[in-house]
Design a protein around this ligand. Structure first.
Ligand code: TYD
Length: 205
C-alpha cells in the first residue's frame, strides 16, 4: 500500500507520519517511511540544490523535483511495494501539480503527464491532505520546534500559499476516493489517530 502525505507548510504531516509508522510497526506491519524531495540517494543531492538559497526558474525547479521523483520511485518506493511494505511518503506527485502548477503557474496538463512519466504510472492508493489556512501554517513556521528548516518555498508570499491550499483542495475534489482531507487545526495526536484509522480500515477492505 502506497500512502502519501500532502498539504501546505506547517500542517503537521511529518509528525503524523512518524507516529503512524510507529503504530503500524508495533502492530506487526512492515513499513517504509520516506519523503520528497530527498528520499533516494541521488535525491538527497537534488534536495540540497532545490531548497538552498538562490533563485532558479520554475522550469529548472520542476525538472529537479521530477528527477528526484523518478529516482525515488525506481530506487526506493517500487522495491518496497514489491516486498509488500506499507510505504508512507511525505509529499509526492500532487505537490508538483500544486506548487509548480497552481502556485507557479506552470501548465497543469504538462505536469500531470510529466508526473506519469517520472512515476511510470504509479499512483498512491491513499493520500492524506492536511488542510490548513496558510496564515496558520506560516505562523507555526515562525515558531519552529527545531524539527525542520525554513526553506526557499516557505518564504513565498501569502498569495502563493493561498493558491497552494486551493490547489490541494481542487485535487482532493477531483479524486475523492484517493484523497482523505484532514483538518490540520486538530491536535497532532488526533490527526495521527484519524489517519491511522483510515489506513487500518483500507488494509482490511
Ligand atoms: P520540506 O523541507 O520537505 O518541507 P515540508 O515539511 O513542507 O514538506 O520542503 C519541501 C518543499 O518543496 C515544500 O515547500 C514543498 C516543495 N515541493 C514542491 O514545490 N514541489 C514538489 O514536487 C515537492 C515534492 C515539494
Amino acid at each position: 500500500m502506497f500512502v502519501t502525505f500532502e498539504g501546505p507548510e506547517g500542517a503537521g504531516k511529518s509528525t503524523a507520519l512518524r507516529s503512524i509508522a510507529e503504530r503500524l510497526t508495533n502492530t506487526g506491519h512492515s513499513v517504509l517511511t520516506t519523503r520528497e524531495p530527498g528520499g533516494g540517494a541521488l535525491g538527497k543531492r537534488i534536495r540540497q540544490m532545490l531548497l538552498d538559497e538562490g533563485s532558479v526558474s520554475p522550469e529548472t525547479e520542476v525538472l529537479l523535483f521530477l528527477a528526484d521523483r523518478a529516482n525515488h520511485v525506481e530506487s526506493i518506493i517500487e522495491p518496497a511495494l514489491h516486498e509488500n511494505k506499507i510505504v508512507l511518503c511525505d509529499r509526492h506527485a500532487d505537490s508538483t501539480v500544486v506548487y509548480q502548477g497552481y502556485g507557479r503557474g506552470l501548465d497543469l496538463e504538462f505536469l500531470r503527464n510529466a508526473n506519469r512519466f517520472a512515476t511510470k504510472g504509479l499512483v498512491p492508493n491513499l493520500t492524506f491532505l492536511f488542510d490548513l489556512e496558510p496564515e496558520i501554517g506560516l505562523e507555526r513556521l515562525k515558531n519552529p520546534d527545531g524539527s525542520r528548516d525554513v526553506n526557499r518555498l516557505d518564504r513565498e508570499p501569502l498569495e502563493f500559499h493561498r493558491k497552494v491550499r486551493a490547489g490541494f483542495l481542487t485535487l482532493a475534489d477531483e479524486e475523492p476516493n484517493r484523497f482523505v482531507i484532514l483538518d490540520a487545526t486538530k491536535a497532532p495526536s488526533a490527526l495521527a489517530d484519524d489517519a491511522y484509522a483510515e489506513i487500518v480500515r483500507r488494509l482490511g477492505s
